[in-house]
Design a protein around this ligand. Structure first.
Ligand code: AHG
Ligand code: MN
Ligand code: MN
Ligand code: MN
Length: 323
């Protein structure tokens, strides 16, 4: 562990003070969310609410609590022009957008099906910039993100950031509430013998994904010539964090059951931020045919096929799509 705090780190990197305020507000919102998640069973905040979000998913009490925490905490940032959240149908405009203002995209609680079983969940976020006065367009490419990251509410609460200086992880010190730099430079192994996919959907997969998983399952005796291991937490934050720590590949492909929606995971506040983190750590992110960070969204809640992780493995899967 280092003695470097999140504030010290952001200041040392020479960020604009308004961006530092916003990132500190995001860190505060993550700290408050971690607290609510940990006390969820004691406060009666498990189970479902009566409401659904714009995606038609049942909302859990903590989906709504975490969303409200983010909106209330980050709306304090003087240069934040707008918010886009998984749990809010419309873009929330906080001020008249001016050049240099910020746009915040977030999934307040990711993997929320894990809450009732007391497993890891997280928050995903990214920041983009308003490029000219009065511009209300939030449908920008992932390559326009200036910061992306996530908080993981696991055994420890960690904040992971990609902000143009590699990828760093900060661990929340319980008690003082300070995020301290614990992982100054995270990089992803190029090769991996580990994949993550919801295998119960196998009958819906397209041919390249069928072939990829089939080759993994053949192990040493198959064309890959090595044994693979498989993991599925059903929490993208936890999967991506595992990949950052020890390599691997995560797939939520386009399949027959989600084709009409364009995929399962949402581009602006789930997949693009994670793709930025993964690329900044030396990995790759693709739909199978296109680089995630090059995609131009057509609407705020657009979904997309997702393949993220160790570069050689993602490249191998992309190659299967071109054959
Ligand atoms: P969210 O909880 O924000 O709606 O997102 C859940 C996502 C993602 O975290 C995870 O990878 C995936 O849904 C799990 O899907 P399955 O239910 O198919 O396992
Ligand atoms: Mn959801
Ligand atoms: Mn999510
Ligand atoms: Mn969510």
């Amino acid at each position: 562990m280092t003695n470097i705090t999140l504030r010290r780190h952001l200041t040392d990197k020479g960020h604009d003070p308004d961006l530092i305020f916003l990132l500190e507000d995001i860190a505060s919102a993550c700290r408050s969310t971690a607290y609510e998640v940990r006390n969820g069973p004691l406060k009666g905040n498990l189970g479902l609410t009566d409401s659904t979000n714009v995606q038609g998913e049942d909302q859990k009490p903590l989906d709504i609590i975490a969303n409200d925490i983010f909106v209330e905490t980050c709306a304090n940032s003087p240069r934040l022009a707008a918010l886009v959240s998984e749990e809010i149908e419309e873009v929330v405009w906080l001020k008249e957008p001016e050049e240099g203002d910020y746009l915040l995209f977030f999934d307040p609680l990711d993997g929320s099906s894990n809450l009732d079983t007391n497993l890891s969940v997280g928050t995903i976020f990214s920041i983009m910039r308003v490029t000219k006065d009065g511009d209300r367009n939030v449908l920008k490419k992932g390559s326009d993100q200036i910061v992306a990251g996530y908080a993981l509410y696991g055994p420890a609460t960690m904040l992971v950031l990609a902000h143009g200086h590699g990828v760093q992880s900060f661990t929340l010190h319980q008690g003082s509430g300070i995020f301290r730099l614990t992982h100054p430079s995270l990089t992803i192994k190029q090769d991996t013998p580990e994949f993550a996919i919801n295998a119960s959907r196998q009958r819906f997969w397209d041919a390249p994904i069928q072939q990829y998983v089939d080759e993994c399952l053949q192990g040493k005796e198959g064309p890959r010539g090595k044994d693979f291991n498989m993991r599925w937490v059903a929490s993208m934050v936890a999967e991506v964090h595992r990949i950052l720590m020890r390599g691997g590949v995560f797939l939520y492909p386009l399949d027959d059951a989600n084709r009409a929606k364009g995929g399962r995971l949402r581009l602006l506040y789930e997949v693009a931020p994670m793709a930025m983190v993964i690329e900044a750590a030396g990995g790759a992110g693709s739909t199978g045919t296109e680089r995630i960070l090059d995609l131009l969204p057509s609407e705020p809640h657009q979904r997309v096929a997702t393949i993220l992780g160790s570069k050689s493995e993602v490249d191998y899967i992309v190659d299967l799509h071109t054959k």
